[in-house]
Each structure stands twice: as structure tokens, then as C-alpha cells.
Design a protein around this ligand. Structure first.
Ligand SMILES: [Zn+2]
Length: 419
């Protein structure tokens, strides 16, 4: 049988280390970079002495999805009672998300240990994007602390990229007088994500290991040593998708999965799922009005410096969402947005007739029509106000791929054919 063993665990000063050893069939073994590897999490604070039963949770959260898919047994000396009791719920979330796949495997702890989080603080897993700011806006009165992870979106070796993110989080914490925490992790250096990607695309050509099977519980698990050390009994992870989209997406971070994650006496909340992106922008704009503080949103994929470039598709979409609220993009992180760029943006969007994410643009248009009448709408937005977004030639291609995916899933389920 495929086996994963936690060979050793230590917690010293700011660092938690777990040594993971794997054995089993060749295919399973190939999903790991090494037969024995060390997961290392280094925090920006001195940790309390994190007991084994809690300190192994980050390792288990990296390992659980791969153990389920390859029917492996995970052995560890001790495990936290709340986390252990939540595993079946998390697994059920995966089964419901991927009904054509089988999730087997099990966790066998030598001893189950009950822990208690001493405190009532809360934590926001913070990235600086729209979703995270919406969560901050919703829970600001609870004075949350931030945890930002280095080693997830930014590679653990990328010091330049990290220094940009770090400075932004420090600045935002300063603006809102909140405490911030960082953790450096090699959690994406344990498994061979390329191999896993090649394996899972057999079930659906659009699957991606990190996005669809790993990131939710893996990210949340990094809060465990910090929350136990600082007495945080609630951890918020911001939603990317919304309740309206249910059934149209696959993602490893979902209320059906994240909300089942428990540890010590702390709970996890998948936050903001009830809001669509435009409503999140609305909440953020209201939050800005209420606090009187400019909000440095970070949404840009293109910029290397951490600024929003105000020229890429993601920037354009977010700026349009802000304009639909009647707010000023320059006060929400788009410092470079001026009259010249505004003119260019309208021209680009008009030419390309709304490039992608048409449904989101449709929601934004609806909001624009709520906020403005045709008469008082800014003149340069009238083309968008009047535009018929539904009509688009590309929907046929999308339909084709949707049916193709359904057909392939059906074949996998009925005949066991893997593509
Ligand atoms: Zn950009």
C-alpha cells in the first residue's frame, strides 16, 4: 500500500519543521520530488512551543489530497482532535467537487490530542487583492491580524518579488493600524506539481493541481502555528468565487471544504462567498468612504513593481468596476490612472468589445445602470452603459468545450476511460 510517514517534527523559535517519507508504487512515488523531504515554515514571530499534534497539520494539508487520490495511508505519532474530526468533512467537499474521481486513503495517528486556543483574536489570510480587501472591510471592527505567505504565489526563492508584496502588506497594515505576520514556506516544493498536473488532466483537461486540489487547505494550514501562538480562534480566508457561480467552477478553496477545516478550538471561515466581485468592489468603496482611507488594491498580473499598471485586462476590468460604483480608481490603488489613461482604456475596451469574463462585465454594467441614469452617466462610459454584452460570437466555442468536458467526464464515469 502507498504510505506517507511523518518521520520527525520540531518547533524551534520561529520555525516549524516536518520530515515526510513516502513509499509505495512507482506512480505514487513519482508525484513527490524526493522520497524523503522536509517541510519548513518560518514565521515572522517567535512561536509558542507548538505541540506535534498541531504542528504536523501543514504537512498533512499538503499530503491529504495526494493521499486520497492515490489511496495512501498517512501515519503520524499524534494529531489534533478537531483537525482529525474535520478530515472527513474536507474529503466530502472534494468528493462533491469532483464526483467522477475517487478519494480513498486514510490518516492513522498514533494518538489523538485535544488542544485549546487561548484567545479570541482573528486572522485574515491576506493577499492585497479585491477578495482579501472585501474580507478586511467586512471584519475590520474585529481588528484582525494579517498573515501573508511567501512561497505560494511568489516562489520561496524570489526575494525581489517578495519584497514588493511585503512592503505593500506593511503599508496596508500601517494605514489600518493592524498587525501583520509573514511565513516563508517550501510547501510547493514537496510534491511534483507538473506530474500531478499531467495525472489529473486525464479527468478534466482544465484541471490544475494547485488551483483545483491543493491551495485552500494548504494556505489555511499555515495559519495553525500562528493562530495557536497568538490566540486566534477565527481564521478568515477570502472567497474567489461566488454563490451565484456554484456548479460552474472547480476549486480547492470552497465553503464546502474550507469551512470544515478545524484545529485546536479555532474555526475557519470561507469569507465573502455571498458577494460577487462587483458587490465586493461596492463594499470596498463604502469602506473607503467610511474610513476616509485610500485603499491600495493590488490586482495587476503584469506589473513587476507591485503597482497596478492600469493597462492590462485585469486592471481595466477592476477600474471599470470602480467607475460603475461612481468611485475614483486613483483612491483605490490605481495611482497611475489619469485622464489620458482613461481615454486609452475606453478606446481599448471599445475596440475589443469587452475581451473576456463577459458575465462579470454584464454584472458591472447592471451596477452602472443602478448607480447612474443614462442622463447623468459619465459621457465616456455611455458606450458601456448601452452595450449589449450577451451577444457574442465566442459563446458557441465556449459551449462546445463545455459539452466536450461533460462528455469526457461521462465517459470516465461510465466506462472508466481516462483521457
Ligand atoms: Zn495591470
Amino acid at each position: 500500500m502507498n504510505k506517507i510517514k511523518i518521520n520527525s517534527y520540531s518547533c524551534e523559535n520561529d520555525t516549524v519543521k516536518t520530515v515526510i517519507a513516502v513509499s509505495g508504487d512507482a506512480e505514487f512515488m513519482s508525484m513527490f520530488r524526493e522520497a524523503e523531504s522536509e517541510l519548513k515554515l518560518r514565521y515572522s514571530i517567535k512561536l509558542k512551543d507548538i505541540p506535534y499534534s498541531l504542528g504536523v497539520i501543514p504537512a498533512l494539508s499538503v499530503l491529504l489530497p495526494v493521499a486520497w487520490i492515490f489511496d495512501a495511508e498517512i501515519e503520524c505519532d499524534e494529531l489534533d482532535k478537531a483537525f482529525y474530526n474535520g478530515i472527513d468533512g474536507i474529503k466530502t467537499g472534494y468528493i462533491d467537487m469532483y464526483p467522477t474521481m475517487q478519494f480513498k486513503g486514510k490518516v492513522s495517528p498514533g494518538k489523538i490530542v485535544e488542544n485549546k486556543t487561548e484567545g479570541e483574536k482573528c486572522l485574515v489570510l491576506f493577499s492585497g487583492g479585491v477578495d482579501a480587501f472585501n474580507t478586511l472591510a467586512s471584519h475590520y471592527s474585529e481588528k484582525p491580524e494579517f498573515l501573508t505567505i511567501w512561497g505560494v504565489d511568489i516562489a520561496p526563492e524570489n526575494e525581489t518579488g517578495w519584497s514588493v508584496v511585503k512592503k505593500q502588506v506593511e503599508d496596508i497594515s500601517g494605514i489600518f493600524s493592524l498587525e501583520y505576520n509573514f511565513v516563508h514556506t517550501n510547501c510547493r516544493r514537496i510534491l511534483d506539481e507538473k506530474k500531478l498536473n499531467s495525472y489529473i488532466v486525464a479527468f478534466d483537461s482544465l484541471y490544475n493541481w494547485w488551483h483545483d486540489f491543493q491551495h485552500g487547505i494548504c494556505i489555511i494550514s499555515h495559519s495553525v502555528p500562528l493562530a495557536y501562538s497568538k490566540g486566534m480562534n477565527t481564521v478568515y480566508i477570502a472567497s474567489s468565487y461566488t454563490a451565484d457561480d456554484k456548479g460552474t467552477y472547480t476549486c480547492a478553496s470552497d465553503p464546502t471544504i474550507d469551512n470544515k477545516f478545524r484545529f485546536s478550538s479555532s474555526i475557519v471561515v470561507h469569507d465573502g462567498f455571498e458577494f460577487n466581485r462587483q458587490q465586493k468592489i461596492e463594499n470596498i468603496c463604502k469602506f473607503r468612504e467610511k474610513t476616509g482611507k485610500d485603499i491600495p488594491l493590488r490586482v495587476c498580473y503584469e506589473s513587476k513593481t507591485g503597482d497596478n499598471c492600469c493597462r492590462c485586462v485585469k486592471c481595466y476590468r477592476t477600474i471599470l468596476e470602480i467607475l460603475a460604483e461612481g468611485a475614483d480608481p486613483a483612491a483605490l490603488g490605481f495611482d497611475l490612472f489619469n485622464d489620458k489613461r482613461r481615454k486609452k482604456m475606453m478606446k481599448d475596451l471599445k475596440i475589443f468589445r469587452i475581451p473576456t469574463y463577459r458575465r462579470l462585465y454584464q454584472i458591472t454594467q447592471k451596477r452602472l445602470r443602478e448607480v447612474y441614469t443614462h442622463e447623468n452617466c459619465p459621457k465616456d462610459l455611455l458606450w458601456f452603459y448601452d452595450m449589449d454584452i450577451v451577444v457574442n460570437k465566442k459563446t458557441k466555442a465556449k459551449k462546445f468545450f463545455r459539452y466536450k468536458r461533460k462528455f469526457m467526464r461521462g465517459c470516465t464515469k461510465l466506462f472508466g476511460i481516462r483521457w
